[in-house]
Design a protein. Sequence first.
Length: 197
Amino acid sequence: MNLTVLDLSAYVGLAAVGAITLNMFLGMLMAFRYSPHRSWPHHRFNYFRIHNWTGYLALSVAILHPVTLLFNKDPRFRIVDIVYPVHSPQQPLDNTIGAIALYVLAFVVVTSYMRLRLGRHLWKSFHFSIYFAAAALFWHSVFTDPGLKNAPVDWFDGGKLFVESCLLLIVAISMLRLRYARKKAHRPPYRSVDSHV
């Protein structure tokens, strides 16, 4: 079996989906105040650092995914088709949505790198745009034909099943996080025993 440029681009795109899913999963664990020392696996490790590195990995493979298309012979992609794919030779809408995902992801990674200078409140408001990036990424991954032939979506293709599984995981954990945030907002403020004195 010969690995084509389109195959390579598709595999790199799946790696980007996996990396962003892992990154968001770790981020949500932090939102839940999950402690790997108190809970499973009962070991101390810095999953905040892993969260950061999966963000860098996700951005790297998300950039590599369209760049590989520059080496495809038919259809031919130019640099402008990668940077601004509104008029790309195939699937311009889905490719534009993919480019939006890449640019928002880059924004999230860069602002996270600068989080101490930005301050927690501003950085956090920027950081929530990762959900917009993920939505665009999943749209692009599901509806783009990896063979660039405008074929209908094969929902049971191995790559599509992987993307769908990642999407379901993120949706489920996001709903749990929203529920957790609502409960936290309605929780009465803590008052010490001596507060009535």
